[in-house]
Design a binder for this molecule. Structure first.
Ligand SMILES: CC(C)(COP(=O)(O)OP(=O)(O)OC[C@H]1O[C@@H](n2cnc3c(N)ncnc32)[C@H](O)[C@@H]1OP(=O)(O)O)[C@@H](O)C(=O)NCCC(=O)NCCS
Length: 165
């Protein structure tokens, strides 16, 4: 049984108390997340502990995006057409400080991949892209098989073959 529930961002969650150690990510969930949802530029999903539907333990965002074929590693690029390649974008992913190091980051990432895999039956994507905020975040994503994009140190991609069955 999961210790967390993941649902779309709503007013019940206490976003104002969220702190993850990255001021820009905190500011995003405090000020901009609901606006992004309203404007249809991101879907925002939150995790709360089973026992408290108000406490915001973590969140991630999903949007549609594209990458140029020339930005992909050669091994992937050679299998793809030369026009812009559709991808899903995990724009932000963060776990509240008191919940870090307990597996929630991997739960959120797995849930994001599951959602993209499901959606990609209807709207094709060739991979999932993330923009890592720092070296620790890059290491976190690499741990799960994301590949660095050449010439873009902060940008990583998980090819669709890794999350589609
Ligand atoms: C990065 C972050 C999302 C990780 O979440 P977390 O809940 O602490 O991570 P988990 O406990 O789920 O760790 C999952 C796995 O990733 C590994 N991991 C976590 N942080 C890592 C890091 N910095 N480098 C390498 N591996 C890392 C863990 O060792 C663990 O491995 P295991 O499954 O083999 O045991 C979280 O620390 C965070 O929100 N940090 C601040 C905001 C941030 O940097 N977000 C990144 C988006 S740009």
């Amino acid at each position: 049984m999961s210790l967390y529930r993941i649902r779309a961002f709503d007013r019940e969650a206490d976003a104002a108390s969220f702190r993850c150690g990255q001021a820009l990510l905190d500011e995003y969930i405090h000020r901009y997340a609901s606006q992004d949802v309203r404007r249809n530029v991101a879907r925002v999903f939150i995790a709360t502990p089973e026992s408290d539907a108000r406490q915001l333990a973590g969140f991630f965002t999903l949007s549609a995006g594209s990458v140029s074929c020339s930005d992909l590693p050669e091994s992937l690029a050679k299998k793809l057409p030369r026009y812009p390649i559709p991808v899903a974008l995990i724009g932000r992913l963060a776990v509240a400080t008191e919940f870090q190091g307990k597996g929630l980051g991997s739960i959120l990432l797995a849930d994001a991949c599951r959602k993209v895999a499901y959606a990609s039956a209807t709207l094709a994507v060739a991979g999932i892209v993330v923009d890592a905020k720092d070296a620790a975040a890059t290491a976190f994503y690499r741990h799960f098989g994301f590949l660095n994009l050449p010439g873009q140190p902060a940008r990583l991609l998980l090819p669709a073959t890794a999350f589609r069955t």
